[in-house]
Design a binder for this molecule. Structure first.
Ligand code: URA
Length: 273
């Protein structure tokens, strides 16, 4: 039998792209087949002055250790995030804190922090899951295809980005748009909670299942959780919160736009009060 010719570089790159591999995680290739060296001791502190930051979803692999230093154990990172988030008196301070926070390994593979977009004085805040490729490039949430649909959705009830505040549970793009791990979500949660507290909107809208489950603490799927008003305690007061479909989901399943329109109308009604 004649052996298949080896693929050339162009074919290999095309294969990687098709498989969703669209960014390099390190400067040098790592041969995962050789025996790893003895694991170094875990780092204790996680919130420290920043070193220069390096510049649809797949299943989550294990947390990727940052270059140079191992990540702190998840429990230490979660505790450190909880403690650190509370110390931010303003949104600017919170953004700076996140720029300097090294407890989440996603920061090492993302190009930049995607903190928020829109008006911090807005009466309505929308929270998605995590930035994708376009958001990672631009440093703003919801600027890609699903962001364009989100703009149309809020436009349908008379809103635009000058009248809403938009953020994500996870502020760094997971590599290859994979699903954030439960640990990554737990590490980032105190920061988005503090962000909600500082924006202090009248209405909080969670977009899609992961954001709804993380922020509103629900266990049911989006089909059941959407469209129901709930109370969310910001830390300062109780505000009205509602879940609706993620625009990326609506792009894949346009038949749910009808239900999404019901949610938007419910939101518009509450906003009018
Ligand atoms: N999906 C999200 O959940 N957030 C973004 O910012 C973009 C896409």
């Amino acid at each position: 039998m004649i052996p298949e010719p080896l693929p050339d570089v162009r074919q290999l790159l095309a294969f990687y792209l098709e498989a969703g591999v669209d960014c390099a995680l390190a400067d040098e290739p790592i041969n995962r087949l050789v025996e790893p060296e003895a694991a170094p001791a875990p780092a204790a502190a996680v919130a420290r002055p920043a070193a220069a930051s390096p510049a649809g979803r797949l299943p989550a692999p294990a947390i990727i250790p940052p270059r140079g230093e191992p990540p702190p154990p998840p429990e230490a990172a979660i505790a450190s995030a909880r403690e650190a988030a509370l110390t931010a008196p303003t949104l600017e301070a919170l953004r700076e804190l996140l720029e300097n926070f090294d407890g989440c390994a996603l920061k090492q593979t993302a190009t930049r922090l995607v903190f928020a977009d829109g008006n911090p004085q807005a009466r309505i805040m929308l929270v998605g899951e995590a930035p994708g490729r376009d958001e990672d490039i631009e440093g703003l949430p919801f600027v890609g295809r699903s962001g364009k649909l989100l703009d149309r959705m809020i436009g349908a009830i008379g809103l635009d980005r000058s009248k809403v505040y938009i953020a994500n549970v996870i502020p760094w793009r997971p590599p290859g748009n994979r699903t954030p791990t439960p640990q990554e979500t737990q590490i980032c949660l105190p920061f988005i909670r503090r962000q909600i507290e500082l924006v202090d909107p009248d209405v909080l809208v969670t977009l899609g299942n992961p954001s709804t489950q993380a922020i509103l603490g629900t266990t049911e799927g989006i089909m059941r959780s959407r469209g129901k008003w709930r109370d969310y305690d910001t830390g300062k007061r109780t505000i009205r919160a509602i879940a609706t479909f993620h625009p990326a989901y609506l792009l894949r399943s346009p038949s749910y736009k009808r239900l999404s329109w019901q949610d938007l109308r419910a939101i518009a009604k509450v906003m009018a009060v």
